[in-house]
Design a protein around this ligand. Structure first.
Ligand code: DUC
Ligand code: ZN
Ligand code: ZN
Length: 476
């Protein structure tokens, strides 16, 4: 058998197994896993390297409108470039419905933003902000059939948040159509009340972003989202969990028999609310929602990754420039934390941070690393086994990792559009030195070497849905 590419002598890792094997690739797919594969146009020597499924980051914001005069720092070009630098072969970005807009219109706009500009594969989650009868009754069911099989709803942010009855109606549509709903859980009314009190007391510095979004506001909304899902009897994903109390809500819902997926992110392992209290306005660099908490919460999030409460480790990459009137330090943001755009960059640092802090420091094994950074994302969002594993027939989306490579994180090497990284100066051991997307080398040693090769991926229904409604509506 002749191959386009053979990866030789590497240690192949999947979510369940670790073994030494060559990998034979033809027409963008893995076609052989065996010893001594030689007949190939290109031979990549992976001696001493791990051969991992490319990372799948299922929570990334790119080129999203972010309020008056605010510009997101990454479009699909720079965002997917940075994703490739960090070892990701696929990202799932959000297609945000504006109020009054049809989902088809929103998708047209986001496809135009992405098409031809991506360096890794991309797919869209829909964000439902206006769940009209037309949207839920007609558009969404048709779009799920067309491969847009996941959507997000917000319980916070005026203008984005849905009321409980709207969430129920959206969940009901998801149940009928087989879509998977992601929920941002924070209690908007409580946050607004607390912001009012802070204003009365003149507490407007960046650090008060954290005190107006307390753990109880996240825990309450998490409990409510899980209860609404229970009422409708549909699986959901609780995204970006920051602390033990919200995490325990997920555990309890599962004990009641609900099908729930949980996600946490690097910021909840690496940052705390103290980072928002730096000199001057530097704390604005760390403003994201939910906010980073404390050391005890960090330990809880590690526990959730180790014990399987969290299925997903995603970046929630949502980048804004810091020193920029269109970013964190816009005129109003300099004076009041509520106008600092929420979000931090992280698509390039997600995998190295978990590899270094998790695998190299012995907190998780490398199979768990693959599960929470790639395989589970593919399964939950309808891409498995085409993506998310190393198996015969799967896309040859492969990251070669050097566990000996030591890197000190600097903003420059990440190649995103933001002018900072929250992790500047962090020492990392283990780095993705080469990335193949559908068999083609896209990134090598910190540079994108083949630009614009990313393709849009239409998706099947989630395995969480398929397990629930085993039967007719599930596409093969
Ligand atoms: N929620 C996200 O998922 N990302 C960034 C901001 C937010 O509130
Ligand atoms: Zn969110
Ligand atoms: Zn997000």
């Amino acid at each position: 058998m002749r191959f386009d590419t053979v990866i030789r002598n590497g240690t192949v890792v999947t979510a369940s197994d670790t073994f030494v094997s060559d990998v034979g690739i033809r027409d963008g797919r893995i076609v052989a896993l065996a010893a001594d594969l030689t007949e190939a146009d290109e031979v990549i020597d992976a001696t001493g390297l791990f051969v991992l499924p490319g990372g799948i980051d299922s929570h990334v914001h790119l080129d999203q409108p972010s309020g008056d005069g605010i510009v997101m720092a990454d479009d699909f070009d720079s965002g997917t470039r940075s994703a490739a630098i960090g070892g990701n072969s696929t990202v799932l970005a959000f297609c945000m419905q504006e109020k009054g807009q049809s989902l088809r219109e929103a998708l047209k706009i986001y496809h135009a933003k992405a098409d031809g500009k991506c360096h890794v594969d991309v797919s869209f989650h829909l964000v439902i902000t206006d769940p009209t009868a037309e949207v839920l009754g007609q558009e969404l069911p048709a779009l799920v059939e067309d491969g847009y099989t996941s959507l997000k709803v917000f319980m916070t942010y005026e203008g984005l948040r849905l009321r409980d009855d709207e969430i129920l109606a959206t969940l009901d549509t998801a149940r009928r159509t087989g879509a998977l709903v992601m929920v941002h859980c924070e209690n908007e009314d409580a946050i607004r009340y607390l912001i009012g009190r802070h204003e009365e007391e003149g507490k407007l510095a960046p650090k008060y972003h954290a005190t107006t979004r307390p753990v109880a506001a996240e825990r309450e909304a998490t409990h409510r989202a899980l209860s609404l899902a229970e009422i409708v009897d549909v699986p959901i994903v609780i995204v970006h969990v920051s602390n033990r109390e919200a995490m325990e809500e997920i555990r309890r819902a599962r004990q009641r028999g609900q099908k729930i997926a949980g996600e946490t992110c690097p910021q909840y392992l690496m940052l705390t609310a103290d980072d928002l209290d730096l000199e001057g306005l530097d704390g604005a660099k760390f403003v994201c929602s939910p906010p980073p908490r404390d050391k005890v919460s960090q330990d809880a999030c590690w526990e959730g990754i180790e014990q399987g409460v969290f299925d997903l480790f995603s970046s929630d990459h949502c980048p804004f420039r810091f020193d920029d009137p269109e970013g964190k330090l816009n005129e109003k943001g300099k004076r009041h934390f509520r106008w600092i755009p929420n979000g931090i960059p992280g698509v390039a640092t997600r995998l190295p941070i978990l590899f270094s802090e998790g695998v190299m420091k012995g907190r998780i094994d490398i199979n768990r690393f693959v599960a929470v950074t790639s395989t589970n994302h593919a399964k939950l969002y309808g891409m498995y086994p085409q993506k998310g594993t190393i198996a015969i027939g799967s896309d040859a989306d492969i990251a070669l990792w050097d566990p000996q490579e030591r890197v000190t994180l600097t903003n420059e090497i990440l190649q995103h559009g933001a002018d900072y990284t929250p992790y500047e100066g962090q020492d990392i051991q283990g780095w993705p030195v080469r990335l193949l997307v559908r068999g083609q080398t896209i990134m090598e040693r910190g540079s994108v070497v083949e630009a614009g090769q990313g393709q849009y991926q239409s998706r099947k229904r989630s395995n969480l849905i398929a397990d629930t409604n085993s039967g007719a509506s599930v596409r093969p």
